[in-house]
Design a protein around this ligand. Structure first.
Ligand code: FAD
Length: 412
């Protein structure tokens, strides 16, 4: 019988989640092979690169060479042209060089001892004895490697999830991301465009990078994001009059944590496990949080030489413990978003346009943990107590959504 290379762990996909999980497992002394189908880590870039400072701390990386701009707030625009500026105090987010982040994380994984194989696509797997065999296609040369644990960090259209019969996302946003030259961008404010007519089921954004450059993007759950981009430019002709497109790319945002993200000898992490914020589609922070939990559960199981689904179960539990409440709030926000009409966005912006409300949002608003805003908001506005996290968990979801839309529609 042919001898194959053998690793404790094979990770498919060198995005941030795959490289981080490889690094954290390799640091514990296990052999790790990280395979990436692209020739260069980080390219093509499909991400808008907006993350919180906390994300870079979690990644354990120096921020200096990664940060392109510091963002203090957002200007939200409705289809009728109404706008509201929120934030403005502390730095809420960073625009980062996403390919460089991916490259640094992959380098850290290699320095920790993981072997990185570029231009290598995982094409199939089969279970064998107490492990897994993975078929690789490396520049048209087929090979097989054996492992005790396969980790699928292969993004929104995860092949590993399909092979292992693990469920995919409940909802998918098709998104487009462009590097543009655009005059008159606010220096340190993101612009967000909402409206069913502009971005059905999602929103559009402009992230200023400085020196007249910005990242412009849009997403939708229905139809084509390119069409949404055209609609957006047609709706705000003066805003986009002098735009110059430099680079355009696209990608999928998988939403809705599935109820299973592991099986015997297999774990999913990052976008492959739909570890994405339902409110914004951001997945770098949540993917790194997932990678932390995944690495902890994996190293424990490897040490005990028990890679059964039962032994890996603590991974899903740990992920839910950290992000379950946020996902729960996200599900409700998505439900409201699905029912809301263009005129409701105007009412919503009017409702938010209140000094105390804006102060609280600026002080407590947290892109990674939006639910942390609920308690201070409810304490200042008791009428919002139906939003309480207890209510969120206990209430009939449809009733909750109806109440929120009721507040919107009766507001003046
Ligand atoms: C338009 C757009 C804008 C976004 N903007 C933001 C943002 O501003 N902030 C934010 O936090 N998130 C953003 N996201 C989401 C973010 O990009 C993802 O959540 C993040 O990339 C997930 O990281 P990952 O490592 O799980 O997967 P990925 O980054 O998708 O990496 C998966 C890797 O697996 C490789 N791969 C796939 N299949 C195979 C295979 N069979 N064999 C070998 N390799 C394989 C791929 O080449 C890829 O490198 C955005 C997404 C989109 C689409």
């Amino acid at each position: 019988m042919q001898e194959h290379e053998r690793y404790d762990v094979v990770v498919v996909g060198a995005g941030p989640s795959g490289s981080a999980v490889s690094r954290w497992i390799a640091q514990e002394g296990f052999s790790v092979l990280l395979v990436e189908e692209d020739q260069r880590v980080g390219y093509p870039n499909h991400c808008a690169g907006l993350v919180t400072p906390r994300t870079l701390n979690l990644a354990g990386l120096e921020t200096d060479s990664l940060v392109q701009n510091e963002l203090r707030g957002a200007i939200i625009r409705s289809p009728s042209g109404r706008e509201l500026s929120i934030g403005g105090g502390k730095i809420h987010a960073l625009a980062i060089d996403r390919p460089r982040l991916d490259a640094k994380l992959a380098q850290e994984a290699e320095e920790a001892g993981a072997r990185l194989l570029l231009h290598t696509r995982a094409t199939n797997f089969e279970r064998q004895g107490d492990g897994v065999r993975i078929h690789l296609d490396n520049e048209r040369r087929d090979s097989v490697v054996e492992t005790r644990l396969l980790i699928g960090a292969d993004g929104a259209s995860s092949s590993v999830a399909r092979w292992a019969n693990l469920p995919g996302p409940r909802e998918v946003v098709r998104a487009l991301n462009a590097l543009v030259r655009l005059p008159n961008c606010a220096e340190d404010f993101v612009e967000v465009f909402v409206g069913r007519s502009l971005a059905p089921g999602w929103f559009a954004w402009i992230i200023p990078l400085g020196d007249g450059e910005a990242r412009l993007g849009t997403g939708t759950t229905q139809g084509s994001p390119a069409r949404c981009l055209n609609e957006l430019m047609a709706a705000f002709p003066r805003r986009f009059r002098k735009i110059e497109m430099l680079e355009v790319s696209g990608g999928l945002i998988p939403l809705g944590t599935p109820n299973k993200i592991h099986s015997d000898n297999v774990m999913l992490v990052g976008d492959a496990a739909c570890q994405v914020k339902l409110t914004s589609g951001g997945g770098v922070y949540t993917g790194l949080r997932g990678a932390r939990s995944c690495a902890q559960a994996a190293t424990h199981a490897l040490r005990n030489d028990d890679l059964t689904a039962e032994s890996l179960r603590c991974y899903h539990a740990s992920w839910l413990e950290q992000m379950g409440d946020e996902q729960e709030v996200g599900v409700l926000v998505r439900k409201v978003f699905a029912r809301i009409r263009d005129e409701d966005f105007d009412r919503g912006l009017r409702l938010l346009d209140n000094k105390t409300m804006l102060r609280i949002i600026s002080e407590y608003g947290d892109m990674d943990h939006p639910s942390r805003l609920l308690a201070p908001l409810i304490s200042a506005f008791p009428v919002l107590s139906i939003l309480s996290s207890l209510g969120v968990r206990l209430a009939n979801r449809d009733e909750w959504v109806k109440n929120v839309i009721g507040i919107l529609r009766t507001s003046r």
